[in-house]
Design a protein around this ligand. Sequence first.
Ligand SMILES: [Zn+2]
Ligand SMILES: [Zn+2]
Length: 163
Amino acid sequence: MIRGSCLCGAVKFEVIRFVGPFELCHCSRCRKATGSAFAPMIGVEASDFTWVSGREEVVSFEAPVIEQPPGFQTSFCRHCGCTMPSHDAAEGWFEIAAGVLDDDPGILPDRHIFVDCGPSWYDVTDDLPQLTRKELIRMRIAEMKHARENSSGASAHREEGKK
Ligand SMILES: [Zn+2]
Ligand SMILES: [Zn+2]
């Protein structure tokens, strides 16, 4: 079990495993939400996530939509302000800021994203792939297309099976 907690200890959660991706986001909103050069966001399935304590202490703020909904949401402990998983992290897939984990998440970062939006005082010095905002959007669209083609391919197979 991988444990996570806030600065004051009121909020605690556990994760069975992280499915990823594990992305280091340099966008200005992630920087503000974490106060860091980038936010290390790690993907988890809701079914692998459990609140241990203090779920009711977590409050959220949704920043205005810049381009397309959903808006940027940040969640934090109302006592200590520590970044926490979103309150409505009960369904599907979501991300956790890896800095609040108390144990090894078991996976390593995949890539830097929004590298063109990062601060002037920080240069990436590792060998991970670096995607600009534009490149990331292109990748996400390709991933969605791929997923759609795969699922329509599967249903075509089922149709064939019926004949
Ligand atoms: Zn706290
Ligand atoms: Zn971001």
